[in-house]
Design a protein around this ligand. Structure first.
Ligand code: FAD
Length: 472
């Protein structure tokens, strides 16, 4: 029987992008840290993904940008296409620039850097089974290690970064944590990495990621074509969860057959996954525990990008853990500061983008073609929305749009209503309670948020409604 250290300041569950970042910064600050993952060490980082990440997070965390084996290629920006492909909006600003990464190599680097920062114990092939409690607070974790043995580990704080299916969030004894994520707020994705000979087929727009919005070919989501190098691409699509069972068929017909024109190709990776596309869970913390990344819906609802926010959240969780441990207080009251950091960093923006996501999912191809071709949303405006979750328009801008959109006044009015509600929600998130002394204050804040959501869920957006939201 192997011997394990059984008591830690912090136990981090999951060695994905969120968990390795949390482990790295807690260990670097001198805390006693255990990191566990159900995967074998050599497979850490191997995740089905579009593999695109912006440059910003590396500067914010002051860590190395991807290079050498980790880096597939540099990306200048994004090209966004209307369903009929008549309109292409090129989005280039420093925030859109980034990398296409080799996910396994990137994940291995993040793991090695966390271990080098001083993680005391790393257990691979180890599954988090259940939380342990003491006096109404999470106090540790039941795990099953490599040899099948079940062991109890004690901790002052658990950081759960176990991804979308987090078993700990689903089972937690808590009145404040949302356990279930509605399937209306999730997107089912499928992607392949396809290699070919550059003499037989060239990569389209090798410096840009390409996104095609099409409610018929990818209902509720989008089609992506991400270059990796001169001879391979990461291509896929996201769709409403109702299409489970059909996603591969849609992929083959609308993605693979559209993009891969040579008969000499090799599919080097295939697979699907689910990503949440909604606001972060109401609270990402409770007594003795914080949730990071996909486990807490820290994913951009507009494009499903979750690498950057999971790493931010991992960093914030580390800062909050250090403060809590220095003050010997692991209660929700003390950990509440983590929620505030999340809301201020990306939570308010994601909530507002969630409204836009709900609206976009209701637009027909006809409305999408109309809105994009008539510049009801220009490239600069899309960038502003993507960067801040809101948009300011001058009277002149409004008038110009009114003239361009005159043949579809209902759509124009609905989009304007959406703009108002997105800005309203963003301002409301500025009033997120600074502490949790009065639960009634938090409840009132949630009620107001839900009201704004319901208003957008009840709006039909334009002439035709593609799909009613079943949450209504
Ligand atoms: C098809 C697809 C394409 C995507 N494309 C992009 C993209 O291009 N860019 C982008 O930024 N984001 C993209 N995302 C989202 C992104 O992959 C995630 O948001 C991000 O990886 C979240 O990181 P995480 O650390 O929270 O979770 P994960 O990366 O999922 O890591 C969770 C870890 O926890 C471990 N684990 C799970 N359960 C247990 C358990 N019980 N015990 C122990 N360990 C456990 C897992 O093995 C895993 O290593 C995509 C997602 C999908 C599905």
């Amino acid at each position: 029987m192997e011997s394990f250290q059984k008591s830690f300041d912090v136990i981090v569950v999951g060695a994905g992008t969120g968990g390795t970042t949390a482990a790295r910064f807690t260990a670097q600050k001198g805390l006693d840290v255990c990191l566990i993952d159900r995967k074998e060490r050599s497979q850490i980082g191997n995740k089905i993904c579009g593999d695109a990440v912006g440059t910003e997070i590396f500067d914010i965390l002051n860590i190395n940008h991807p290079k050498e084996d980790e880096l597939s290629c540099h990306i200048k920006g994004a090209k966004l296409y209307s369903p009929n492909l008549n309109k292409c909006i090129t989005l280039t600003d420093p925030k859109q620039a980034g990398y296409e990464i080799n996910r396994l190599e990137f994940g291995q680097r993040l793991l090695n850097e966390a271990l080098d920062a001083g993680v005391k114990q790393f257990l691979d092939n180890t599954i988090a089974l259940d939380l342990l409690y003491k006096d109404n607070s999470v106090s540790g974790l039941k795990i099953r290690v490599k040899n099948g043995e079940k062991i109890d580990l004690n901790s002052k704080i658990i950081i759960d970064a176990s991804g979308f299916y987090s078993p700990l969030r689903k089972e937690i004894k808590s009145s404040i944590i949302e356990k279930e994520i509605s399937k209306e707020d999730c997107i089912l994705c499928y992607r392949e990495i396809v290699k070919f000979n550059p003499q037989d087929q060239q990569v389209n727009d090798p410096e840009y990621i390409t996104i095609i919005m099409d409610q018929e070919k990818a209902p509720g989501g989008y089609i992506w074509y991400f270059p990796r190098n001169e001879s391979s691409v990461n291509i896929g699509l996201g769709m409403f969860m109702d299409y489970k069972g059909q996603v591969k068929e849609y992929y083959q017909k609308n993605v693979f057959n559209e993009f891969i024109k040579t008969k000499k190709y090799e599919v080097i990776s295939t697979g699907g996954g689910v990503v949440s596309v909604r606001r972060p869970i109401w609270s990402s913390a409770d007594n003795g525990i914080m949730f990071v990344g996909d486990a807490a819906c820290h994913v951009n609802p507009l494009h499903g990008g979750g690498i950057d926010p999971s790493m931010r959240a991992g960093y914030y969780a580390a800062l909050t853990a250090l403060d809590a441990i220095q003050n010997e207080d692991y209660s929700l009251k003390k950990l509440w500061d983590y929620n505030c950091k999340i809301i201020n960093s990306f939570g308010a923006e994601f909530a507002s983008l969630d409204l836009l996501r709900i609206a976009l999912q209701k637009l027909s191809n006809e409305s999408l073609n109309f809105g994009l071709e008539k510049d009801l949303l220009s490239g600069d405006e899309i960038l502003e929305i993507a960067a801040t979750g809101g948009i300011k328009l001058s009277i002149m801008d409004m008038l110009t749009k009114a003239i361009k959109g005159i043949s579809n006044p209902k759509l124009l009015l609905d989009l304007n209503y959406l703009r108002i509600k997105m800005n309203d929600l963003r301002s409301h998130y500025k009033n997120f309670p600074k502490n949790i002394e009065e639960i009634s204050e938090f409840d009132a804040w949630k009620e107001y948020t839900k009201n704004i959501y319901n208003k957008i869920k009840f709006t039909s957006f334009g002439k035709s409604i593609h799909k009613e939201n079943k949450n209504i």
